[in-house]
Design a protein around this ligand. Structure first.
Ligand SMILES: [Zn+2]
Length: 321
């Protein structure tokens, strides 16, 4: 084997060939600019492409149109590292931890379960039709108000965010209050309080609607605004999807809120297995995975949207004291 003439850090070689790399986990891998970014047919985002420097260097990108260019770039990078860096200068390829393996296994199992359930949905979704008048008639909390919503969904001391989507950061610290405080506000809340609410609870003192400030994610939201081009049909399928999740998947429905436009939001207790289990099923029946994100602002009941109420249509009894 040829002895390398200079001792070069393999990461420097990667940076020389790929440009700046945002190294993670002690430099075993990092985010880089995709060498085939000019071939992407969707917008390129900051963290689309990764280079791995454990074992033989590898490059992965979320886009597929750049794959040939990536293969060439990875070949060249491996060649340069072989030529320039001392043998053994790269750590061995890291094996996934038992926790990571378990997480992957559980995610795959959830995906398989979701797919088997969704065959029923694909065959005939209409058996889960939930006409609006039936939904209203079956509402366990007839006439429930915004105050009831805050009392029913959270514990009094839970910190809950209400606002407009951009209300995040220190100037907006008043957007976070306890569920009990919100329940004591005027009902309905004045419009200046914004149109949105976040289903997760936040750490006391939180001032950013970000993942790292969350305390718990008690709910997952099912919303579908593109099941049909026809708005009326879309609303009908959206309600069927909510009923499917309750009656076929066995999720615990807590509330249904009309978005004031073309969709309903089904608020469910986060099912066992968490988002890894819930999101594949939501996606498979055409719900928007973005609405299920823990930090996502969703339509607040009682606010008006272009003159239409974002209405609380259905609210469960939580059984909380
Ligand atoms: Zn790419």
């Amino acid at each position: 084997m040829k002895e390398p003439s200079v001792d070069v850090d393999p990461r420097k070689v990667a940076e020389h060939e790929l440009g700046p790399v945002d190294w993670q986990e002690g430099g075993t891998w990092g985010y880089c600019k995709c060498p085939g970014a000019h071939l992407h047919n969707k917008p390129t985002r900051h963290r689309d492409c990764r280079v791995y420097m454990d074992g033989a260097p590898r490059i992965y990108c979320l886009h597929s149109s750049c794959s040939r260019t990536l293969m060439t770039a990875a070949d060249e990078l491996r060649g340069s590292v072989r030529a320039l860096c001392p043998e053994g200068s790269l750590p061995p390829r890291s094996l996934p931890t038992p926790e990571e393996l378990e997480r992957r296994r559980s995610k795959n199992a959830a995906l398989a379960a979701a797919l088997s359930i969704t065959e029923d949905w694909a065959k005939d979704w209409s058996q889960w039709r939930w006409p609006l008048e039936d939904l209203y008639r079956s509402n366990p909390r007839q006439g429930a108000t915004q105050t009831d919503f805050f009392r029913e969904m959270w514990s009094p001391s839970d910190v809950v965010w209400v606002g407009e989507a951009h209300h995040s950061g220190p100037p907006y610290y008043k957007r976070w209050m306890t569920a009990d405080d919100w329940a004591h506000m005027p009902d309905p809340l004045p419009e200046r309080f914004g149109h949105f609410i976040c289903p997760s609870t936040f750490q006391p003192g939180a001032m950013h609607r970000r993942k790292e400030h969350l305390l718990s994610c008690p709910f997952v939201i099912a919303e579908a605004d593109s099941l049909s081009e026809d708005p009326v049909e879309n609303l009908s399928r959206n309600l069927a999807a909510i009923r499917f999740l309750r009656d076929r998947a066995g999720w615990n429905l807590r509330a249904v809120i009309f978005s004031g436009s073309k969709s309903y939001h089904g608020w469910f207790d986060l099912p066992a297995g968490g988002h890894d289990h819930a999101v594949p099923l939501l996606k498979a029946i055409g719900c928007d995975p973005a609405a299920a994100r823990p930090t996502q602002p969703v339509r607040r009941p009682g606010a008006m949207r272009d003159g239409v109420e974002q209405k609380l249509c259905w609210l469960s009894h939580s059984g909380k004291p």
